[in-house]
Design a protein around this ligand. Structure first.
Ligand SMILES: C[S@@+](CC[C@H](N)C(=O)[O-])C[C@H]1O[C@@H](n2cnc3c(N)ncnc32)[C@H](O)[C@@H]1O
Length: 424
């Protein structure tokens, strides 16, 4: 578990001892605010500040790094070289303490899945190792949101990350070899969690999903993307079939938004490759589409894309954070087995499963617009307006090719005639 106030603790100062902090500030010439900033954010002081602090406190910079847990690659390599000795010293500390568990309650069984109510850690601890094909996790973001479950969503950063590592470890254990794991979170948290995952799974992508989720804040960039981390267990995922998307088209004039110049006829009529920046995922804000008040709920379109890309019909999908149950309803509609759990009330999920038909229509609409360069509607309007389509550019390209071949044949015939003439 992370150490609280690692900076002040390393210097032998109590975080609430303002007099001691002020004294350190006056002896080093570093402001109290900056010292508190290093402590609060677990930031290693800048080189000049480290020199001042280390000479006043009489501590070696390497020891400060170790005490703060801010390890660079060189320090990690040094620790690896001394692993035997270190292991002997710390082995008793790392034994996990027994945790009390409560058995989750089964709340719903459907054709494809089971929904439990309880703590995801309690469920996962009882799950068989390497039994799940796809894990998708959308945990609370520690933004002090009020969830119906009344969970504490305002933990200390280090406690939040410790908790995430705990359940991620379980997710990794239950994931099948070559299975995939997706983690949805704010870029800030995923920048830490990717470091943890990079040592355990194979990194595939950091997908940026362009959704504005807060109001602009003075002095900051407008936060406008979520991070979707994509990993697989082992070298390659066993399933990878991303959807292809239609060209981006202006909704007024129906011209394409990007210029494809002379490459139009080379474009795959099945659509453009999916990139790692997703612009087309709608936020679920409107009351009509929202399944539950307050806490965030993901779009069916997002879950459809992930499930389509990284699973097959009949696979088992696990999502440890139920919320409004978006993963589960999409898995059900796409005929994937699923296992889910929510710590708070599950009424919204249960209600949602009773009205699946509306969601089925929406899912159908989404799928109809994939894997083609133009949707039916776009194709119709572009043809009417005389704007190029795959068919028209390919016809033109075929005509050019035919003319080229005709020209080549004619040249050959003349050449043969000339040769014959010379030999006569
Ligand atoms: C961000 S929401 C998930 C939303 C979901 N992806 C959707 O689209 O509807 C996170 C959910 O995790 C639940 N949760 C938090 N801690 C949990 C835990 N330890 N075990 C199970 N669920 C938990 C919260 O109550 C909340 O409903």
């Amino acid at each position: 578990m992370s150490v609280a106030h690692p900076f002040f603790k390393a210097l032998g100062i109590k975080s609430y001892d303002l007099a001691a902090i002020k004294q350190l500030a006056s002896e080093t010439g570093i402001s109290v605010e900056r010292l508190k900033y290093y402590d609060k954010n677990k930031i290693l002081p800048s080189d000049t500040d480290v020199d001042k602090i280390c000479s006043v406190i009489n501590i070696h910079p390497l020891k400060l790094k170790l005490l703060m847990g801010c390890l660079d690659r060189k320090t990690i390599a040094a620790i690896q070289n001394k692993a035997e000795e270190i292991y002997e010293i710390i082995k008793s500390d790392s034994q996990s303490s027994p945790t009390s568990t409560t058995t989750p309650r089964l709340m719903l069984t459907t054709d494809y899945g089971h929904l439990y109510q309880g703590d995801c850690l309690d469920l996962m601890r009882d799950m068989e190792a390497e039994s799940v094909d796809l894990v998708f996790a959308d945990p609370p973001f520690n933004l002090n949101k009020k969830y119906p479950s009344k969970i504490d969503d305002s933990l200390k950063s280090s406690d939040y990350l410790d908790w995430c590592e705990l359940w991620l470890n379980e997710c990794i254990r239950i994931l099948k070899p070559a299975g995939s794991l997706f983690l949805w979170n704010l870029p800030k948290w995923n920048s830490y969690l990717s470091e943890f995952l990079n040592n355990r799974l194979t990194f595939r992508h950091w997908i940026s999903v362009d959704i504005k989720y807060r109001f602009p804040i003075a002095g900051r960039l407008y936060p406008s993307h979520y991070s979707l981390l994509y990993y697989c267990k082992g070298e390659k995922p066993k399933t990878f079939h991303p959807d292809r998307l239609p060209l981006e088209i202006c909704s007024n004039c129906y011209q394409e938004l990007h210029d494809y110049g002379g490459y139009k006829h080379k474009m795959n009529p099945k659509g453009v490759n999916l990139t790692d920046v997703w612009y087309d995922i709608p936020p679920v804000r409107h009351k009509r589409y929202k399944q539950r008040e307050g806490a965030n709920e993901l779009s069916i379109k997002l879950m459809d894309r992930i499930i389509e890309m990284a699973s097959n019909q009949g696979d088992l999908i696990f999502d440890p954070f139920g919320g409004a149950g978006t993963t589960y309803v999409v898995a059900e509609m796409k005929r994937r087995h699923w296992l889910g759990i929510e710590i708070g009330p599950v009424d919204d999920i249960l209600r949602r499963f009773q009205t699946l038909d509306q969601e089925r229509d929406y899912l159908k609409q989404i799928q109809e617009n994939y894997n083609c360069l133009f949707t039916d509607k776009t194709l119709k309007v572009r043809t009417e307006k005389g704007i190029w389509t795959s068919e028209s550019v390919n016809k033109k390209a075929d005509n050019c090719e035919n003319t080229r071949i005709k020209h080549q044949n004619k040249t050959l015939a003349i050449q043969t005639e000339l040769d014959l003439f010379r030999h006569q």
